[in-house]
Ligand binder design. Structure first.
Ligand code: GDP
Ligand code: MG
Length: 441
């Protein structure tokens, strides 16, 4: 797997300060292979790799993760970002009905999706109407009526026995019917061909012009892999679309089509279909798709756990030291800096009775303030930092001058340090995380 290969490629990296160019290149090769294996289109792979290289260059080697994990984390974050970050919601019209038009190749899963969408919308309190505009394929209308019945919603279709109707006319009349019968969402199913075809595109564009959809969803079978790019481009140019639905994710496709379509068209993926039943349907989750494309869901969970454990560990060590009564100004500064980026200690403090005050103090510390605190502490001699008791009036003046602050600020800092120290010792005594015997609570 990718994680095994990356782990072996990056074995020697432990302890180095930054990811080196050679390490990054070796990593990039592995990721490239993984993406191609997942059926991501080549130009998309190239672009993505370039992005990853750029980002990996500046990355410090983290303490919590081994280098392979760290690279995977970066790759995963980029992938999630490209796939859409947070899920986008369906665009609903201000003045109903909302019109959703489905477009895509034959067999992509449009008609099935119409039923799935109808059920999903109904569960959310909408009153959808399905519209049969595929008048090409025998039984297409009936197929839509069947999924409509299963979803428990109505289907608008041309009257039988009138020969082949005009899909544009059907679409237009369906919108009027929706208004009369108070359907607030209309889902327009359209015809597809096995390959991209001009007449089909023109028909879809005509339907689009007749109903002015609020969303046009390009429905694409995740199994088509590399072909996703050319198909998406054809539909983008021929009909245009505002969102993508991936189908047949219950198959063994690794999902490269998702990345390709997203990169090439810039349109968000809204939904994912993963089965033939109407319930096999969900909003699209970029994070799940990213781990599917990388083929390493377990590794990502491990990474999360490693980072959490590391933070926890840091917090506990710091708390133990503070509670032991051996806290120096150096520790105090470190703690201040840590609290900013580290939730656990802040949360820990918040949970302890009587600690609210300190928590407030800490949360008020902003960056510029921290810089000043740091300057003051750096202006002290090691002996002063270790044992602040020796900081008398003349030392305070010297420190203030040296670090460019008022004497009052030095006083504030020293007082705050004593307050914090006392409080930590009390908490240590009460909760027993003090490690040493010096706790006095
Ligand atoms: P359309 O031609 O785009 O309308 O596609 P259909 O909705 O008729 O679907 C074509 C075939 O794919 C049907 O047999 C569906 O049952 C099947 N299908 C649709 N969506 C999915 C899916 O998410 N997973 C699986 N396994 N099959 C699907
Ligand atoms: Mg169909």
């Amino acid at each position: 797997t990718l994680s095994d290969r990356l782990t072996s490629v990056l074995q020697n990296l432990r302890g180095k300060g930054k990811l080196s160019d050679a390490d990054i290149d070796a990593t990039a090769r592995e990721i490239r292979i993984a993406l191609l294996e997942a059926d991501v289109a080549l130009p998309v792979v190239r672009q993505f790799i370039a992005q990853i290289k750029e980002r990996a260059k500046g990355a410090e080697v983290s303490e919590a993760l081994n280098p392979a994990q760290q690279v995977i984390k970066i790759v995963n974050e980029e992938l999630v970002g490209i796939l859409g970050g947070e899920t986008r919601r369906l665009n609903l019209a201000k003045n109903p009905p909302t019109v959703i038009m489905l477009a895509g190749l034959q067999g992509a899963g449009k008609t099935t999706l119409a039923g799935k969408l109808a059920l999903w919308l109904k569960k959310q309190g909408h009153a959808p109407l399905l519209v049969a505009c595929d008048l090409q394929r025998p039984n297409a209308v009936q197929q839509l009526q069947v999924v409509g019945e299963r979803a428990g919603v109505g289907t608008f279709a041309p009257e039988p026995g009138n020969g082949v109707g005009d899909p544009v006319d059907v679409a237009r009349r369906a919108i009027e019917e929706a208004g009369r019968a108070q359907h607030d969402v209309v889902v327009v199913d359209t015809a597809g061909r096995l390959g991209v075809d001009e007449e089909l595109m023109r028909q879809a564009a005509d339907i689009r012009d007749a109903v002015s959809p609020d969303e046009t969803l390009f429905v694409v079978d995740a199994m088509i892999g590399q072909d996703a790019v050319s198909t998406a481009e054809a539909f983008r140019d021929g009909v245009g679309f505002t969102g993508v639905v991936l189908t047949k994710l219950d198959g063994d496709a690794r999902g490269g089509a998702a990345l390709s379509v997203r990169e090439v068209t810039g349109q968000p993926i809204l939904f994912a279909s993963n089965g033939e039943k109407l319930e096999d349907f969900d909003t699209f989750h970029p994070d799940r798709m990213a781990s599917r494309i990388l083929g390493m869901g377990d590794m990502l969970t491990l990474i999360e756990q490693a980072e959490e454990a590391f933070d926890q560990d840091q917090a506990e060590k710091a708390a133990a030291k503070l509670g032991s009564g051996e806290m120096t100004l150096e520790d105090f500064l470190e703690q201040m800096l840590a609290v900013r980026k580290m939730g656990p200690i802040g949360n820990l403090l918040g949970m302890l009775p009587g600690a609210g005050q300190m928590k407030d103090q800490l949360s008020q510390v902003d960056d510029s303030h921290l810089d000043r605190l740091q300057a003051i502490i750096r202006g002290m001699t090691p002996a002063e930092r270790d044992n602040p008791k020796i900081i008398n009036a003349s030392r305070r003046q010297r420190i203030a001058k040296g670090s460019g602050v008022a004497v009052r600020e030095v006083n504030d800092l020293v007082n705050r340090f004593y307050d914090a120290k006392k409080m930590m010792q009390q908490m240590a005594g009460r909760f027993g995380f003090g490690g040493g015997g010096a706790a006095g609570g």
